[in-house]
Design a protein around this ligand. Sequence first.
Ligand code: GDP
Ligand code: IMO
Ligand code: MG
Length: 427
Amino acid sequence: MPALVLLGAQWGDEGKGKATDLLGGSVDYVVRYQGGNNAGHTVVVGDQKYALHLLPSGILTPECTPVIGNGVVVDPSVLFSELNGLNERGVDTSKLLISGNAHIITPYNVTVDKVTERFLGKRKIGTTGRGIGPTYADKINRVGIRVQDLYDESILTQKVEAALDGKNQLLTKVFNRRAIEAAQVVEELLTYADRLKPYVADTVLVLNKALDDDKVVLFEGGQGTLLDIDHGTYPFVTSSNPTAGGACTGSGVGPTKISRVIGILKAYTTRVGAGPFPTELFDDDGDALRRIGHERGVTTGRDRRCGWFDAVIARYATRVNGLTDFFLTKLDVLTGWEEIPVCVAYEIDGKRVEELPYSQTDFHHAKPIYETLPGWSEDITKAKTFADLPKNAQAYVKALEEMSGAPISAIGVGPGRTETIEINSFI
Ligand code: GDP
Ligand code: IMO
Ligand code: MG
């Protein structure tokens, strides 16, 4: 049976949480494979709204086993507050599994994230300040703390001391901050060990056995393709691989097991934090997209930057992820515009460019070339089939599909679970 990957095709916040939740009823496992509580996934079930940061969106489907894979970075205090919040609302979270190889976001990683941003000044990335980058940096530098380290106090102490050695030099001598005591960090981390223990598992084995047993496994990406550390708009990216390959390294499931890669694509574009964004709008249209689309960050509460749909980016996402399908979200937000511009190519230094330039300098100079499509004014939030959509909305979807290079298999017409038009079934 299939393993499916569901990931963001733009700069995050495409509606991955809603899409994962929608598929949750037909899958056995939902796996987060990268990122951490920098993500903010909104799921609306009936009149209940949930904001998930670290937990896979499958946690809201009782039949589903939610898994935090080895590629994720885990802040235990955030994990417990998220679990507590869900438990108070009657959600059973007891099936959760967490990889013993996942790395822990320590309090000093959060401190380093914040001071580094402050020192970057105008050149800051606009991170979520959750310690994500420094935790992945520790992992790559081989001084990271893993979930399994919580169960060997002497090893944990040695590892925290090793990690803090260099960091305290940096904090005191460069950033003018107080040194962090290793013993205090160890003491705090150990307070999480017992509560975490029942969830800790060899998730690589669990997932591969599940696939051998014909179970359906859904990988849920955090962030989006253009925030990928390798394939995104570096350095204005996150520090992990949300792109499809990350699902394999971040879970220990091989690429031959993956049968479907679904790109979640917003009907327009948004971005949070700094970095290039060719179709960004600074006018009334941008404000209207933000207002109608409720484009405010789930994690940091920052207003999202808004702009028209960018087909160059969508084509790029199709290529680097090997997308088999798109799930187009928030089409309803575009209702009411007489005409809707769509970016089909860029102008860079006087030349028309059809594909995303590999050069950062070129991308910073890219100006959108728009084609204008006719809009629609009818309410589409009750549409159940493609044929229910007004002709111009149908034409908009078809145009995006043609430009983006993969079939649009579902369309979101509202935030709720049922506000979705399913065209091709995913499973
Ligand atoms: P994620 O990070 O990709 O999970 O996306 P976010 O949850 O950060 O942002 C997407 C927002 O759009 C959330 O508030 C969702 O409830 C909402 N949403 C998702 N799909 C649709 C849709 O089709 N229409 C509308 N109007 N809202 C949607
Ligand atoms: P979801 O999963 C949108 C952005 C931050 C910043 C950059 C680096 O909800 O789509 P980080 O804290 O990760 O080091 O910040 O990445 N960013 C997101 N933007 N949605 C997200 O997650 C994001 N996670 C990180 O704003 O620009
Ligand atoms: Mg989000």
